[in-house]
Write a protein that binds this ligand. Structure first.
Ligand SMILES: [Zn+2]
Length: 67
């Protein structure tokens, strides 16, 4: 289990807690984890687009031979 530091009291809180167990203040959503997930999704999307492009380009060239 990873821990984060409460911005209000500086105490260590479990990342899955929604409020600080020390001061009771609501914790911000784990933005680092969220952005990391988005980054991975963008990479996967780009990879899929690249694969589609690679698979499509030869066919396009074969349909219109430049002679
Ligand atoms: Zn706190």
């Amino acid at each position: 289990m990873s821990k984060l530091i409460c911005k209000h009291c500086g105490g260590n809180v479990e990342t899955d807690e929604e409020i600080c167990t020390h001061c009771g203040m609501p914790l911000p959503p784990d933005s680092s984890k969220d952005s990391q997930r988005k980054f991975i999704l963008v990479i996967i999307a780009l990879t899929i687009i690249c694969i589609i492009m690679i698979l499509w380009l030869p066919r396009e060239l074969m349909q219109y031979p430049g002679r």
